[in-house]
Design a protein around this ligand. Structure first.
Ligand code: B1M
Length: 210
């Protein structure tokens, strides 16, 4: 669709209001919220990511794009959460220490809520204590960790190792995700599973709750 191409341009240019309007138009045209999310917003952010990597876009521009994406996500959030699914379990999720990327984590939270999980979002830049305190306080079933940088993903191992030292590792299911991770990394650090994207996170979490 032309509108989707236009949205990719608008996201690239950080045009939040235009993105919000276009999200609403696609919904009015009968698009499923999940399709608007993946085929327009996430697809657009992938282009931003490539040009950021290649030095064509810089941090201020990418922040504007992220802000526009969040505007679109805010419209979709209640729709994705509105499935009336039965309560599945509780997850504490956060981006690890040193890392401030939160769009992917927010998306995972939204989709988990949509699938019937209760989600406690710890935000960004979380030291190990945050995860442990929140998981115990909330009596969570699952701890989710997100990292977008190769320099911050090793921190996930610190969290898991600390939990092992405290003898509480097996009290929680630990799911990890983020663009630089992979299956092998998830296994190597002792996570229960690596989740490639938000949809996989939901499926994986469900499997563990059965
Ligand atoms: Co950053 N950044 N960034 N950035 N940024 C990346 C990650 C990068 C790959 C860009 C690039 O070079 N191509 C690169 C990392 C390189 C590397 O480490 N190998 C990078 C860099 C270098 C940096 C800085 C160091 C730049 C600088 O300052 N010189 C800096 C670091 C700041 C810090 O964290 N300390 C930085 C800053 C920023 C902004 C602030 C400008 C902004 C973040 C805004 C925000 O999040 N509020 C930003 C952005 C937007 C990006 C890119 C362009 C997009 C990330 C994103 O939101 N993707 C990114 C390039 C890219 O990834 N293509 C990039 C969309 C999102 C839906 O996908 O987050 O992968 P993603 O989440 C997916 C899955 O990974 C998975 O599900 C999600 C949904 O499907 N998932 C999980 C994620 N977390 C999960 C947790 C789970 C399960 C699944 O738990 C159960």
């Amino acid at each position: 669709e032309d509108l989707v191409l236009q949205m990719m341009d608008d996201l690239y240019d950080g045009m939040r209001e235009e993105i919000e309007e276009a999200v609403q138009i696609l919904l009015d045209r009968g698009w499923a919220p999940y399709d608007v999310l993946t085929k327009a917003l996430v697809a657009g952010m992938t282009i931003v990511g490539h040009d950021f990597r290649d030095g064509i876009l810089f941090v201020p521009e990418v922040l504007l794009a992220a802000n526009a994406m969040k505007g679109g996500m805010a419209i979709l959030k209640p729709l994705l959460a509105e499935t009336g699914a039965p309560r599945m379990g509780k997850m504490v999720i956060g981006t690890v220490k040193g890392d401030i990327h939160d769009i992917g984590k927010n998306l995972v939270s939204m989709m988990m809520e949509g699938a019937g999980f209760e989600v406690v979002d710890l935000g960004i830049n979380n030291p190990v204590e945050n995860y442990i305190e929140a998981a115990q306080r909330e009596e969570a079933d699952i701890i989710g960790m997100s990292a977008l940088l190769t320099t911050t993903m090793p921190y996930m191992k610190i969290v898991i190792d600390t939990m092992k030292e405290q003898g509480i590792r097996d009290d929680f299911i630990i799911l990890v995700g983020g663009a630089p991770l992979n299956e092998e990394f998830g296994q190597a650090i002792g996570a229960d599973a690596y989740c490639r994207d938000a949809a996989v996170a939901v499926e994986t979490a469900k499997d563990f709750m059965l």
